[in-house]
Design a protein around this ligand. Sequence first.
Ligand code: NAD
Length: 319
Amino acid sequence: MRPTIKGSNVLVTGGAGFIGSHLVDKLIESGAKNVVVVDNMFLGDEANLVSAQKLGAVLYKDDIEIPSTLDYIFSRHNIDIVFNCATKALNYSFVNPKNAFDTNVSGVLNILEQQRKGSFKTLVHFSTSEVYGTAVYEPMDEKHPINPTTTYAAGKAAADLAVNSYVNMFGLDAFVVRPFNNYGPRQNYKGYMAGVIPITAYKILKGLNPEVHGTGQQSRDFIFVLDTVDAIVKLYDVMEPGGSVNISTDGQISVKELIHQISDIMKYKGQILEKPARGADVECHNASNLKVKGLIDYQLTPFDVGLKKTIEWYVENIK
Ligand SMILES: NC(=O)c1ccc[n+]([C@@H]2O[C@H](COP(=O)([O-])OP(=O)(O)OC[C@H]3O[C@@H](n4cnc5c(N)ncnc54)[C@H](O)[C@@H]3O)[C@@H](O)[C@H]2O)c1
């Protein structure tokens, strides 16, 4: 029997990051008994956990790639469920391809080994739409071929296969959630690892010109982060072991259109710089969310509403 989130002790890896910290808040709201976070602070920020820590969440600033980190945490907390969000950002794989791959693979293998020896009961593993690569057919459902175009995505794809093989070999209770592009408060806006929405907001707030790479016609399916964590907590009760599920809207927006929408919200009238395309940039991510819709009461925030809330957060938080 899968333990219920309510009343369970839960570990969130990468829980000081963007999605992980919202998940931590959601798990507390859903009645988890104790929420423990492990994050090596590669991109995590303790500020993301201020409210969670006030409500009792515990943070370990440590690395899940080191097996003894997990030994130590599991020996101190009677963990029932693990949500594995830890990763190093996609853009990092362009500067340190091997390490980006390694983090995605060795982190989950260490967790699966803990699960195999009985340290906890259920694993929810975070994959990414990036594992699909550019669409072979659209919309991309869960049966779409896996065709990663970066070492980040290749590591993620390998991690997904590792989860499924441990389920098959050892009967573990684990499943894979596959978010598409998330946006919302707390998404990193600093440096080259920032995504397109935060970087555009940051540049405008700092008086710099926003940039579009390539034609700007590359499209993405953007989902509001609070919708993602809401869906994951609901999916927890119904997902089959070894299964995977896309978490996406069925909308599409081109990067160019997105930058124009952000500019409108921020009343920016200046120039948008045109830059060369980035190598290995996926052209299109048009997702199918039929499976998730069939499994849970799936609530999606309209894009303009979510984008406004997000920009408000950047305006408040970027000094
Ligand atoms: N943000 C998105 O649009 C998106 C889309 C699809 C999938 N995902 C997946 O969701 C998960 C969370 O993504 P995010 O956007 O919140 O990223 P994020 O970078 O904000 O969070 C990841 C966290 O993992 C931590 N971390 C990295 N290496 C670690 C290690 N070895 N040990 C412990 N902690 C480590 C980082 O410090 C960071 O806080 C990831 O698995 C990611 O692949 C995200």
